[in-house]
Design a protein around this ligand. Structure first.
Ligand code: SAH
Length: 341
C-alpha cells in the first residue's frame, strides 16, 4: 500500500507533487480537498484530471484507516471512535463535544509500554507507533463522518506521544498548518509521561503547543511505585525540562495529578506537591489539573471521595496554584481518561 499523504509535511508534498506531476500547486489543491471538503480518496477530487487522480492514487492514500466502531455515551455527549489500520490494529479517539467547540483526545500508539498500575491502556501490549497520517485520520474521520469541526486537540489517548516523536511532530504540523487544519497551537496539547530529553527536543522545535505532564506523584519514591517505567527520569529533571519548554514556547504548562485513594491524595502529598513545584518554578507556577480516578475493572485502585478531593483542591488553591478538576466523561463506554483499551 502507498503511504498516507499526510505522512509527509506540506513542503515535502509540494516537492513530491512537482516531481510526480510537474505541478507543485496541485499539493495545495489536494490539501483543500482533504481539509476543507473532507475528501477521503483522490477519486472524490473532481476538479483534478482523471489521469492525475489515478497517478496520485498509485502514490499516496488520502485515508489509510477504516472506522471500526463508533459508540456514544448514554450519560453525556462523549463518543468513542475506534479506527482499524490496514494491518488490522485498532486504536481509539474520544470526541468531547461542547456547544460550538468540539475537542478530541487522540492516540499516538497502538498499546502502551508505560504500564501504569492505574490505567487500562497499560494493560494493552505495545504494538507499534501510529504514522502521522493514521494519527490525523482520527480527526479527519470525526470531521468527515461525524460532520463536525474540531477546535481543540489533546494528545492524551493511548500511547506516549513523545515516544512516537516523528508521528506526533508530523501530526502537529498538519494540525497547525494553514494548509491543514489551521488550528492555533494554543488549541493543541501534548500530554507526556515525562521523557525529559524529548521534552527538551520539542522545546527547540518552537511549535508553541501546550504541554501537560502526567506527574501524579510528589516524590520519586511514590512515582516509582505507581508508574515504575515513567520513573526512569527523576521528577526534578522532568520538571526542569518542562520549565525550559515553557520558557521557549509561549504556551500553557499543566501538571496532571490523578487522585488515587490513600495512595497520593493525603494532605501531606498536597503539601509536598506544592513545595516541589514552587522549588522548581518559583512564583511563575504551572496549572494543576486534578484528575478523578476512573475505575478500571482489572485494577485495584479506588477513587478519592469528593470531600478529600475538595480538601486537596483547596489546599493547592491556598498555595496560589490555578487548579482545575477534570470532569469524568464517557465512563459508561470506557472512553474516559485511562479507560482506553
Ligand atoms: N502518555 C501520555 C498520554 C496518555 S495518559 C501521558 O502520559 O500523559 C493521558 C491521561 O490519562 C493522563 O493524564 C492520565 O492521568 C490519565 N489517566 C490514566 N489512567 C487514568 C484513570 N484510570 N482515571 C483517570 N485518568 C487516567
Amino acid at each position: 500500500m502507498p503511504p498516507h499523504l499526510l505522512d509527509h509535511p506540506f513542503s515535502e508534498l509540494e516537492l513530491l507533487f512537482k516531481k510526480f506531476t510537474g505541478q507543485s500547486y496541485r499539493a495545495r489543491q489536494v490539501c483543500k480537498w482533504v481539509f476543507a471538503r473532507h475528501a477521503s480518496s483522490f477519486n472524490d477530487m473532481t476538479d483534478l484530471p482523471a489521469d492525475l487522480r489515478k497517478e496520485l492514487a498509485a502514490r499516496f492514500q488520502v485515508c489509510s484507516t477504516e472506522l471500526f466502531a463508533r459508540e456514544g455515551s448514554h450519560t453525556d455527549s462523549t463518543e468513542k471512535w475506534t479506527l482499524a489500520t490496514q494491518d488490522k490494529r485498532h486504536f481509539s479517539a474520544v470526541l468531547l463535544p461542547r456547544k460550538g467547540y468540539d475537542s478530541i483526545c487522540i492516540s499516538t500508539q497502538v498499546g502502551c509500554a508505560w504500564k501504569w498500575g492505574f490505567c487500562a491502556s497499560g494493560l494493552v501490549k505495545f504494538e507499534r507507533n501510529l504514522t502521522p497520517g493514521e494519527i490525523l485520520d482520527q480527526v479527519l474521520s470525526v470531521e468527515r463522518i461525524g460532520k463536525r469541526k474540531i477546535h481543540n486537540v489533546l494528545f492524551m489517548g493511548m500511547g506516549e506521544p513523545l515516544a512516537n516523536y516523528p508521528g506526533t511532530l508530523g501530526a502537529i504540523h498538519w494540525l497547525t498548518s494553514p494548509h491543514g487544519f489551521g488550528l492555533s497551537p494554543a488549541r493543541v496539547t501534548v500530554s507526556t509521561t515525562g521523557l525529559a530529553p524529548q521534552i527538551l527536543k520539542l522545546a527547540g522545535e518552537n511549535l508553541k503547543v501546550n504541554l501537560a505532564l502526567s506527574l501524579h506523584a510528589p516524590s520519586d519514591d511514590l512515582r516509582a511505585k505507581i508508574m515504575p517505567v515513567s520513573s526512569k527520569f527523576e521528577i526534578r529533571e522532568i520538571l526542569e525540562a518542562c520549565k525550559i519548554y515553557w520558557t521557549k514556547n509561549d504556551a500553557d504548562l499543566t501538571m496532571e495529578y490523578i487522585l488515587l485513594n490513600d495512595v497520593n491524595d493525603r494532605e501531606a502529598h498536597a503539601r509536598q506537591l506544592a513545595k516541589l513545584l514552587k522549588s522548581v518554578f518559583g512564583n511563575h507556577l504551572p496549572k494543576i489539573n486534578l484528575i478523578p480516578f476512573n475505575p478500571v475493572p482489572a485494577l485495584s485502585y479506588k477513587t478519592t471521595d469528593p470531600a478529600q478531593s475538595q480538601f486537596f483542591f483547596d489546599l493547592l488553591k491556598r498555595e496560589k496554584f490555578v487548579v482545575h478538576t477534570r470532569k469524568p466523561q464517557g465512563q459508561d463506554i470506557e472512553a474516559a481518561c485511562g479507560q482506553l483499551l
